[in-house]
Ligand binder design. Sequence first.
Ligand SMILES: C[S@@+](CC[C@H](N)C(=O)[O-])C[C@H]1O[C@@H](n2cnc3c(N)ncnc32)[C@H](O)[C@@H]1O
Length: 197
Amino acid sequence: MDRFQNTRQPDWDWWGKLWPTPGDTLRQLGLASGDSVVEIGSGNGYFTLPAARIVAPGLVYALDLDAALLDELETLAAQQESSNVTPLHGDARTLTDHLPEPVDVAMIANTFHGTDDPAALLEEVTAVLAEDGRFVVINWHDHPREQTTVADEPRGPPTELRLSPTETRASVEKATNMTLARQTEIPPYHYGLVFEQ
Ligand SMILES: C[S@@+](CC[C@H](N)C(=O)[O-])C[C@H]1O[C@@H](n2cnc3c(N)ncnc32)[C@H](O)[C@@H]1O
């Protein structure tokens, strides 16, 4: 199993400085109580854990190919008494093999830029969405990496891998029957897109 390009879990020290309120971002992107969710490339849960609090009693599946990160996520979920999180160890390229049921929301945060074959991944996403399901993409803007600094250090994927909202939108709308329903700025360096079927 190969990791998508430049998709290492950020260190929570600087990630938290850049992104102090991930739950607010998820609410802004439409997550609500009762939704069932899969986070593709969840890492150790920077977005999964707030998602679980928002959608409870809805379930959140956290898919990642790094078992150690999923172990951390499980520990944190237990500490936070979030019993609605299910870690799934596997490759997003075979998402449908890992998910036991369709979900209302598939989300992918800070990972879509690295996918080797976006159309194939999007086919998997479409296949796991329930009727009227939504697809949420959060990602870095396509600014030069040296300009996206946190505590004076350049952060985020290499400039050449970054996708603008327009490029991400085109990629999703070309490969699926989904269309853009919402676009949000997440200052200082990110955007969020919500697609609906
Ligand atoms: C940049 S991190 C983002 C983590 C989290 N979504 C966040 O924004 O804080 C990308 C995550 O995707 C995972 N990943 C990379 N390639 C993957 C693949 N092919 N299948 C499943 N997970 C993958 C990595 O292990 C890593 O945890």
